[in-house]
Design a protein around this ligand. Structure first.
Ligand SMILES: *Cc1c(COP(=O)(O)O)cnc(C)c1O
Ligand SMILES: [Zn+2]
Length: 420
């Protein structure tokens, strides 16, 4: 009866039919509703309010996501991955604000997580839940940050746990290599991503591994919510008008909203921000469903922003509900706008994001131009992944360096020509 050991969790509720389930580590979906039976963790806010407050949190020297443990679905004594997850910086950038046409902009650099993306926040929770389930092998199908963050967090547990990662054979060599460096068992599947995903599901069922396939696992969103909770704490509990996230499967933005909801319920914040979800024009099924009000239609994945290139997103219901509940909006950006933003953000702030990592920032520019965000409104955006993960696309944005002979005269001429 694992559920009872979770001090502040009441149960899991199905977002489609409302049925409640005991919060056991392996209760992934509502069996009645199948793929649409995404579960949501319900907390006992009254109890949290009694046991926890802002002063206590302020005095806690732990800078990682575990400082928010009362709002996480974990047992107190489960061993935690020793990597420092979360606690990433929030910068105020007046230069970028001006460039985007607003007065106040904060940028949270989540590319500084241990494996280079926001996904560490979710994978760390997966490592804990696997242990609570008594399983030492965790598996997922992914070519990107979900896999590398899982492999890295498992590696940090020493020799106690194993990661099994399924990748489609077209996966970029850089990302596959990161998995191998972390010592994961990497299986390159000769098939499409869809086939890879279903093979991983079959293997997970057959060998009883813990399932870190996002959206299917309700606990992962809870890890992701720490990104917005951190922003609130960093802003001394005065939330901005808009909170901006790039959107692929939809788990991250849904998590961001959950974090805000939690903080409101326990009285840590008064004002809720509006959410702006940003997708890539070449793959925007959630924006499409949000705007049209119809059910989601899967689309092809035609964008350089691979981390949000999700043609058949699995957590769109939660994502759309979050944006609607916040009185927010969705917007799409083109690949050229993303490439431009890699360059501008790098040059103006020293933050180097991967394409999906800067898509949110590109979305602000467009939302201001379209009158969605007003110039006087304050905005916080999260850079979700590190630019070093995708050098090929960064190179497209910035081109090649100047070349010069080892000769000072020639260098002088070159700098003059270059107007430096
Ligand atoms: C996963 C990811 C996202 C989007 O998160 P979803 O939960 O898929 O919506 C955005 N940026 C990066 C870098 C990611 O890895
Ligand atoms: Zn259901």
């Amino acid at each position: 009866m694992e559920g009872r050991k979770l001090k502040y969790v009441k149960d899991l509720v199905c977002i489609s039919c409302g049925e409640k389930y005991e919060a056991s580590p392996t209760q992934y979906l509502c069996p009645k509703c199948g793929e649409k039976g995404i579960l949501d963790v319900e907390y006992d806010y009254e109890k949290i309010k009694k046991d926890w407050n802002k002063e206590e949190l302020k005095a806690n020297p732990n800078p990682s996501i575990w400082r928010y443990s009362p709002l996480l679905p974990i047992e107190p004594n489960t061993p935690k991955p020793p990597l420092k997850i979360g606690g990433t910086p929030l910068y105020k950038s007046d230069v970028m604000a001006k460039l985007l046409g607003i007065e106040t902009l904060y940028i949270k650099d989540d590319s500084l997580n241990p494996t280079g993306s926001l996904k560490d926040r979710a994978s760390a929770i997966a490592v804990l839940k696997a242990q609570e389930a008594g399983m030492n092998t965790v598996s997922c199908a992914s070519t990107g940050n979900a896999a590398s963050s899982l492999a890295g967090n498992i590696a940090s547990m020493g020799n106690e746990m194993k990661a099994v990662i399924f990748v489609p054979s077209r996966a970029p060599i850089g990302k596959v290599t990161q998995l191998l460096v972390y010592g994961a068992l990497v299986l390159s599947v000769k098939g499409s991503y869809e086939e890879t995903f279903y093979l991983s599901q079959e293997a997970i069922d057959k060998w009883g591994w813990y399932n870190r396939n996002a959206a299917i696992n309700p606990y992962l969103v809870e890890g992701k919510k720490t990104s917005s909770i951190e922003i609130a704490e960093q802003l001394n509990w005065e939330m901005v008008d808009w909170l901006v996230y790039s959107v692929g499967d939809g788990c991250t933005i849904a998590g961001a909203w959950k974090g805000m909801y939690d903080l409101k319920q326990i009285g840590f914040i008064d004002k809720l921000p509006r959410l702006l979800g940003v997708q890539s024009e070449g793959c925007a099924p959630i924006t499409q469903a949000f705007k049209s009000g119809t059910d989601l239609v899967p689309v092809p994945e035609n964008t350089i922003a691979d981390s949000i290139a999700v043609g058949k997103p699995r957590n769109y219901i939660k994502a759309i509900k979050a944006v609607k509940d916040s009185n927010g909006d969705m917007i799409n950006v083109a690949d050229e706008e993303i490439l431009d933003m890699i360059k501008i953000l790098g040059k103006k702030t020293g933050i180097f994001g991967e394409p999906a990592g800067v898509a949110g920032v590109a979305g602000i520019k467009k939302a201001v131009e379209n009158g969605i965000i007003k110039p006087y409104e304050s905005v916080a955006v999260i850079v979700t992944g590190n630019g070093l993960k995708d050098i090929k696309n960064a190179e497209k944005a910035v081109g090649a360096p100047l070349t010069v002979q080892p000769n000072l005269n020639e260098l002088s001429q070159l700098l003059k020509d270059y107007n430096f």
